[in-house]
Every structure is written in structure tokens, then in C-alpha cells.
Design a binder for this molecule. Structure first.
Ligand code: ZN
Length: 390
């Protein structure tokens, strides 16, 4: 598992936390509990770069991580994420000269973001995603969609901006991916926007977002390093969505001042990430134990604790804290998940409306960004429960 750092290529990655076997398909839900229980697991061994603080699962096996249209890692079911995404579209359309140009969206999900960007910025778009389940080809928005992985090299259409949201951290060869896009830009002015989970957030907290599909964990410094090493100029970088996401805007063949106003991340940012790495294993193990105990206590006093949110964070939380299914229910706002079973732990997912009759006294969430949204939903459902953030 010895591997040279993907981001800076200056050091060998050093393992710091072995999380054992975890669900591979954490965005997939099954029709029956037996199939869910039998779903594949993969090993997670986190390693970091002493030189740039990049973190990667060095046990990742691309052969077991195959994406298809039955998967749903879509965040667009949440109003909080939709509002955030709409702001981002407006920001990109204001900042970059996209009118009449073509945007390539790698990992476009179900196309919501690219359609909105085409509509707002007056550009054309091409989106690729192996999980895209809609109609293929052009649609009325000016965007066209392909169900499948984006091609590399000459297979890619010419583009003036490349966007990739919550996909870059999934790929086995992030450096080659950026080099390929840079080569495709040639001598034309091209912009780019990448959005990933912020590793400094993920590794400073319990680690529910450390999931098998996430191969890489980029903080401010390592993301800048890999982008620059691949031949791009950094225009701007920072965090979004309550600090959980990190973005980087980049360009090729563009002169003039950098777009961002903040300094490009340096050694102080790297030190912050290295500190998070140094304490991660101990914190993660303590959180797992504490939540197992807390759920046990809630069950014992008849509080019927439930988990709200059956996304990847929820699945990872259940794997670590409720493999023995002591929670009274797991609910999610996504109708595609209702009545289906989550990987490995085989919890069934129910609609939030079921809480009206279950009347839990404790509702656990794993994503603080959705706290207000969920609190409002609970009120609407007439559920008076303590809201606990894991
Ligand atoms: Zn490195």
C-alpha cells in the first residue's frame, strides 16, 4: 500500500487510521434486507502526506467501486442544498464570461446544477455521470447529458469551463484527471470549478463523511498543490455550506489579476490539516463508542431514538454506531429510498411522516447544515423531540 502522494508527489503517504471494512455502496438501497446485508464491504486505510497533508484511502480498490444509474448520491432533495446550489450558479455566471460558451460538468448527478447554469449564464453544457438516470442527449435547457463516465483525452468535447462537484474526491487518479483537462484546454482560455468535501472539516469531526467512495480527502493546501502541479492557475478557493465543502476556481491561459481576494492557502493551512490528521483516529474511535452508549441509554429510557438522513453520512454513522439496529427508525426525505434497506446494516428507510405516529423523543442527525430544515419538518409533523447532532 506504499504510494507516492497524488497531490504533491514529494513524499510517500503514511497510514494513520485503519477503519476496517465499511460499506462500499453507501449510496445504494436494496429492496430486501438480505440483499442489503450481503452488499459489498471494502477496506478503509487512511494515509496522509507529511509534505502537503493530502489524505487518501490507500486500500481503495477501484474494481469494487462501480457506479451505475441505480445509485443516488444526489443532494438536491434538500431545500438547503438547492438554495446553496442556486447561489453558486449565480456566482459563477456573474464572475466568468460564460455567455455563448460551453461548460463541461464531470459528475453532473441528475443535471440540476448544469441545467440551471445554462439557463442563468446563457451557455451550453455537456454533463457526464455514471449515475445519471434521465434522458440522454440535449434538452431544452441548452445542456446535453450522458449516462456514463466522462471520457478522457480526445473523447472530451471542447469546453470553456469545466465544473465538477462532489466527484473529484471519488476518482482513483485525481492528478491525471486534472492533467488531462489541462491538456484539453490547450492554448485556449479555460476556467474550472471543483467542489469537494472539506477534509479539514471531515477529519476534525467524528469522521462520518469518511466513506468508501471518497478516495481522496483534500484540505485547502493539498487541493491547491494538486491543481497547480497539474498546470492550472488558482483563481480562488475557500469553504462553503457551513464549512463542510471546499471549492477551488482555476484557470488556464488567462492573464490579469487572480479573481479571489483571500490569500492562496499556505503552510498555516497545512498545519491545521496535519493537526486534524494527528488526532483523527482517537477522536473517531471515541465518537463511535460514545454514540453506541448514547443510543443504548436512549433506548433504555424509552425515548425511541431515530436517525433522520439516510445519505452516505447516515449510512456510515449506522455502520459505526448502530450495526445492531437499536434505533427505532431511520427516515429520509428522498421518496426513492422509502421502504428500502441500507447497505450492510440493513436498516429500513421510512418517510419522515411515520414519525408522527412513532413519536420519538430523540432525533439524531449527522449533518448540522440540515438542522433548521429538519427542526421545521419535525414541528410540522407534531414531533417534540430532542435534536442531536452526531
Ligand atoms: Zn503531498
Amino acid at each position: 500500500m506504499s504510494r507516492t502522494c497524488d497531490a504533491c508527489a514529494e513524499a510517500t503517504l503514511a497510514p494513520f487510521a485503519d477503519l476496517g471494512d465499511i460499506p462500499v455502496l453507501c449510496g445504494v438501497h436494496w429492496a430486501d434486507p438480505e440483499a442489503a446485508e450481503a452488499s459489498p464491504v471494502g477496506r478503509m486505510v487512511l494515509a496522509y502526506c507529511p509534505s502537503c497533508a493530502y489524505v487518501r484511502n490507500v486500500a481503495f480498490d477501484p474494481a469494487v467501486m462501480v457506479y451505475d444509474t441505480t445509485m443516488d448520491t444526489n443532494l438536491h432533495h434538500s431545500p438547503a442544498f438547492q438554495a446553496f446550489s442556486a447561489d453558486l450558479v449565480k456566482h459563477l455566471a456573474d464572475r466568468y464570461p460564460l455567455s455563448g460558451k460551453r461548460v463541461l460538468d464531470v459528475g453532473c448527478g441528475q443535471g440540476e446544477f448544469l441545467r440551471e447554469l445554462c439557463h442563468t449564464a446563457g451557455c451550453a453544457g455537456v454533463g457526464y455521470d455514471a449515475m445519471y438516470a434521465g434522458p440522454e442527449g440535449p434538452d431544452a435547457s441548452g445542456a446535453e447529458f450522458h449516462s456514463g463516465y466522462a471520457p478522457r483525452g480526445a473523447g472530451l468535447p471542447e469546453f470553456d469551463m469545466v465544473t465538477s462537484r462532489h466527484w473529484f474526491e471519488h476518482i482513483d487518479d485525481p492528478y491525471e484527471f486534472l492533467v488531462d483537462l489541462r491538456q484539453r484546454a490547450g492554448t485556449r482560455p479555460v476556467y474550472g470549478y471543483l467542489e469537494v468535501p472539506d477534509a479539514c472539516y471531515d477529519l476534525s469531526t467524528a469522521g462520518w463523511e469518511v466513506i468508501y467512495p471518497h478516495v481522496s480527502y483534500f484540505d485547502a493546501y493539498s487541493l491547491v498543490r494538486i491543481v497547480q502541479r497539474a498546470g492550472w492557475r488558482v483563481e480562488d478557493t475557500g469553504t462553503l455550506f457551513g464549512g463542510m465543502f471546499r471549492f477551488i476556481e482555476m484557470s488556464a491561459n488567462v492573464d490579469g489579476d487572480r479573481k479571489g481576494t483571500e490569500p492562496v492557502p499556505g503552510p498555516a493551512d497545512r498545519a491545521r490539516q496535519l493537526a486534524a490528521v494527528a488526532t483523527f483516529r482517537e477522536r473517531h474511535e471515541a465518537e463511535r463508542a460514545a454514540w453506541r452508549q448514547r443510543i443504548g441509554e436512549l433506548v433504555e429510557r424509552g425515548a425511541r431514538p431515530v436517525l433522520w438522513g439516510a445519505g452516505s453520512r447516515g449510512v456510515q454513522f449506522l455502520t459505526f454506531a448502530d450495526a445492531d439496529q437499536r434505533l427505532a427508525a431511520v427516515v429520509d426525505v428522498n421518496p426513492r429510498k422509502w421502504g428500502r434497506y441500507l447497505p450492510v446494516t440493513a436498516h429500513r428507510v421510512d418517510p419522515p411522516e411515520t414519525l408522527s405516529t412513532l413519536k420519538p423523543q430523540a432525533v439524531i442527525i449527522t449533518n448540522p447544515s440540515y438542522r433548521n430544515e429538519i427542526a421545521a419538518d419535525l414541528k410540522r409533523l407534531g414531533v417534540e423531540a430532542e435534536l442531536l447532532t452526531a
